[in-house]
Design a protein around this ligand. Structure first.
Ligand SMILES: N[C@@H](CCC(=O)N[C@@H](CS)C(=O)NCC(=O)O)C(=O)O
Length: 218
């Protein structure tokens, strides 16, 4: 049994996809982000960084173990239910590549996207905001180009089988949609994302969170 603290189209989306994919027993708790619920005393006890998501795992600990960091939650769920195949098995040559891409997505693409979304957090005056936006557009485009190249000869990020990395990338691609060079405009990444957008897990989860994915389907 799990409880996911989420907010629509936040970093909770990838763990939400994975819980849905595995069809395991979970409940969802929508954080009142409009009221800064992620900074409340109760929430900070679960995640001292005051960020969304948090997963409470009642399977590993009946009192509920709180885990934060979206990628860590995804990997943990994959390892608890290896039969779903969302992570290559121990000893499989693709397993290091799973960790490579999960790390690249969460520490590089996600970080660059956050800087693009919140430039004012990274400079003192507003003068530098437009400069950060323009630099970030280029940096995000170059990260997406690396992912695009990787998808040239394989159906999914970690080879020929869907993994948690694909759900993670779909979440980040949703965030990158409004930017200068949209993920859908890339030669291999575009068709790949369109394919992912037809998965019932993606459709149902996005429907639940009221996320518009029509751009992927047009
Ligand atoms: N590295 C964290 C980042 C989480 C994060 O940035 N969450 C955002 C929503 S996407 C958040 O909670 N923002 C609210 C805030 O910063 O107060 C993770 O991947 O879980």
């Amino acid at each position: 049994m799990y409880r996911l603290y989420y907010y629509p189209n936040n970093a909770s989306l990838a763990p939400h996809f994975i819980l849905k994919h595995m069809a395991i027993d979970y409940t969802l708790h929508r954080v009142e982000r409009e009221k800064e619920g992620q900074k409340s005393v109760e929430y900070l006890r679960l995640n001292p960084s005051g960020r969304i998501p948090v997963l409470i795992d009642y399977r590993i600990n009946s009192n509920g173990l709180a885990i934060f960091e979206s990628a860590a939650i995804c990997i943990h769920l994959c390892e608890q239910y290896p039969s779903h195949g969302l992570i290559p098995a121990f000893g499989n040559e693709k397993r290091p590549l799973f960790f490579q891409w999960m790390s690249y997505l969460s520490t590089t693409l996600q970080t660059e996207l956050m800087l693009r979304y919140y430039p004012e957090r990274h400079c003192v005056g507003i003068g530098a905001v437009s400069e950060i936006v323009s630099v970030q557009n280029k940096r995000i485009a170059s990260v997406l180009a690396i992912i695009d190249d990787a998808l040239a000869e394989q159906a999914y990020l970690v080879g020929d089988v869907l993994s948690a990395c694909d759900y993670y990338l779909f979440m980040l691609a949703l965030w990158a949609l409004p930017f200068e060079k949209a993920p859908l405009s890339y030669q291999h990444l575009g068709p790949y994302l369109r394919r992912l957008s037809t998965l019932s897990v993606v459709i149902q989860t996005c429907e639940f969170e009221e996320i518009d994915i029509s751009a992927f389907q047009s």
